[in-house]
Ligand binder design. Sequence first.
Ligand SMILES: Cc1cc2nc3c(=O)[nH]c(=O)nc-3n(C[C@H](O)[C@H](O)[C@H](O)COP(=O)(O)OP(=O)(O)OC[C@H]3O[C@@H](n4cnc5c(N)ncnc54)[C@H](O)[C@@H]3O)c2cc1C
Length: 415
Amino acid sequence: MQKFDILIVGGGMVGLTLALSIRKQTTLTVAIVDTNPIAELSNEPEVRVSAINSASKQIFDNLDVWSLISEQRLQPYQHMHIWDKAGYGKIDFDLAQVQQSIATEQLGFIIENNVIRNALWQQAQNDQGIRFFTQELLTNIAVGDSEVFASFTQQAPIMAKLLVGADGANSWVRKQLDMPMTFRDYDHHALVATVKCPQGHQNTAWQVFLPTGPLALLPLFEDDLCSIVWSTSPQEAERLSALPAEQFAKELTAASDGKLGNVELVSERFTFPLTMRFAQDFVKERVALVGDAAHTIHPLAGQGVNLGLLDAAALAQVIADKVSEQSLSQDGNLAWASSKNLNHYNRWRKSEASEMIAAMESIKQLFTPQSAAPKILRGIGMSVLNKLTPAKNILIKQALGYKGQLPELAKQPLD
Ligand SMILES: Cc1cc2nc3c(=O)[nH]c(=O)nc-3n(C[C@H](O)[C@H](O)[C@H](O)COP(=O)(O)OP(=O)(O)OC[C@H]3O[C@@H](n4cnc5c(N)ncnc54)[C@H](O)[C@@H]3O)c2cc1C
C-alpha cells in the first residue's frame, strides 16, 4: 500500500494546477495518476490553444509557473474585435480604453495547451511532495470512512485521504462514483486549426458570430499565425473538414470578411463535439471533481480552463484553511478531507460554474438565427454597447476573470 494525503486522477492543466496549489499552501503529499505523458513541442504551433485570462495568469504566477510558460511561447493580446455577420453590430475592446479603471497590461494571452501543461508538469516534478504514476491507469476505487483505496492491475494500490477527479470531460472517477450529471448537446462541433494571415493578427482576438455559430481567430506567437476555433453544426463541421485546403481557406476568408486578408491553412483540421456538462455535485464523500470532470462549457468565450483553474485554486484553499485551523488547535482528526469541509468547495464552485453555463447559453441564444426585427435590435444593442465605456469595462472585468468570489491564489502574489 502506498500512502498519500491526496490522490489526483488526471494530470491535465487543472489536475497539475491543483497539485501545485496544494503544495504551495500545505505540506500534504500528492499522488498524480496519468498515463498521457507530456509531449515535446515542435516548431509548429499546437492546434489546441487556450485564451488565458488575468486571474489564471495570477494563479500561474503564484505557483512560479508563469516564468516557465513565458520562457516557451505565448501571445498577449490588447484588443478584441467582435462582430455579427447577420446583424451588422460590432464591439471593440481596447486595452488603452479600459486601463483607466482596471490595472492590466493585457486583455489576455493565447497559449498552446501543451505549453501550459509542460510548464506545470516540470514544476510538479521538481516538488518532492508530488509523485507521478504514469505506467498504468487505476482499475478500481473504494471509498471508506476515513480513506480512499485505489488499485492498479500491476502496481501496489494507493491509499489517500482525499481523491480528486481531474480526468476531463469523460471523467472515469465521476462514473466510478456514480456522480450524476446534467448534460446538453450544444449541437455544435468545434473545428480547430492553425492559419496564416497575410495582414497579421495585430495582437487582436477576433470573433465573428455567423448564423451557424461563432468563429474565433486567435493570435499566436508569430505575427502572421492565428489559431481558429470554428463552432458550427456537426454536418457543416464535417463538410468544412473534408474541403480541399484551398477551398477551406477561401470559405474561412469569406466567413471572416477578409479582415485578416486571404488566409491560408497551415495545419491539420480537428473537430470536437461540444456538450454542456454539469455534475450535480462536485463532491461525494471523500471525492471531489475539478475542471472538465465537473463541468464543460461552449468555447465561445474561451472560459473553460479558466473556470477549472479557479476550481483547483479554490479546492486547495479550502483544504489549506482547514489544515491550518487543525494545526493551530492541535486537532489531528483529518477533518480537512471530510465532506462537511469539502461542501464549502462544492457550493462555491457550483455556483460560479452554473453562472458561467447560463452566460454561455445567453450568448449562444442571442446569436442563433432569428427574424429580421431581433437581428436589427441586436445590431443596435451591440453598437450602443460599443460606445458605453462603463458597460464595456464591466464586460472586460468579467473576461479578465475578475468576477465572483476569487480564491486567494488568483488575487495577489503570495509570500
Ligand atoms: C475547441 C475548444 C477550445 C477551447 N478553448 C478554450 C479557451 O480558449 N480558453 C479556455 O479557458 N478553455 C478553452 N477550452 C476548454 C479547455 O480546453 C478545457 O476546459 C480544459 O482542457 C480542461 O482541462 P482539464 O485538466 O480539466 O481536463 P483535460 O485537459 O481533459 O485533462 C484531463 C487529463 O486527465 C487524464 N485522464 C483521462 N482519463 C484518465 C484516467 N482514467 N486516469 C488518469 N488520467 C486520466 C488525461 O490524460 C488528461 O491529461 C476549449 C475547449 C475546446 C473543446
